[in-house]
Design a protein around this ligand. Structure first.
Ligand code: AMP
Length: 191
């Protein structure tokens, strides 16, 4: 239940946490998947999520929001509209129609590739990179590499969920020095 009489902030975040679903052993054994679809299905929860994210970055001069396929599009696109910023998708290989820049990065098992249209980021643009979940940080670092390749300046990263025990924040901060990492909800192992 959402109680309008309680102050926002903690109460709002507690409400959002109640809208996440843990799916054990997806997509492989041992992974506790944070499913955001119940949060998206609840108009109030989706609205609060966007408000809290936008509030954090409003007035900070974000030129471009970069969203990471696929769930980063959902939050990143809506956030870009709220921040009066442009939106740029970073996609899995073979999805973008025009000329692309690409970056390969290591996963726990094997390698992955991300792509962005070559003409996406104006030189010197201040960029906010958005995804739903920060786990080990590999995906966000690869997106940062694409932004920098085109001369963009990474001002911050924003996530709806951060899995604190995987060290993604340290990894991202180390890779993109000087940029901030902000997550709305934090989770410990098994939580
Ligand atoms: P990483 O590169 O390890 O930070 O992984 C981040 C990407 O994988 C994001 O695009 C997430 O959507 C997804 N991801 C990783 N772990 C989880 C998880 N436990 N639940 C949901 N999504 C996850």
């Amino acid at each position: 239940m959402f109680n309008h009489d309680e102050l926002p902030g903690q109460h709002a975040v507690r409400y959002l946490r109640s809208k996440l679903r843990n799916v054990p052993d997806f997509p492989q054994p041992g992974i506790l998947f944070k499913d955001i679809t119940p949060l998206l299905a609840d108009p109030r929860a989706f609205h609060i999520t966007l408000d809290l994210l936008a509030e954090r970055f409003i007035g900070e001069h974000v030129d471009t929001v970069v969203g990471i396929e696929a769930r980063g599009f959902i939050f990143g696109g809506a956030l870009a509209a709220r921040l009066n910023a442009s939106f740029v998708p970073v996609r899995k290989p073979g999805k973008l129609p025009a000329k692309v820049d690409r970056v390969a990065y290591k996963l726990e098992y094997g390698e992955a590739v991300l792509e962005m249209h070559t003409d996406s980021i104006p030189r010197g643009a201040r960029v906010l990179i958005v995804d739903d979940v920060l786990a080990t940080g590999g995906t966000a670092c690869a997106a940062a590499d694409l932004v920098r390749l085109q001369g963009g300046e990474i001002s911050a990263f924003a996530f709806v969920v951060e899995l604190d025990f995987l060290g993604g924040k340290e990894q991202v901060e180390c890779h993109a020095k000087g940029s901030r990492v902000y997550s709305l909800m934090h989770f410990a192992a098994g939580e």
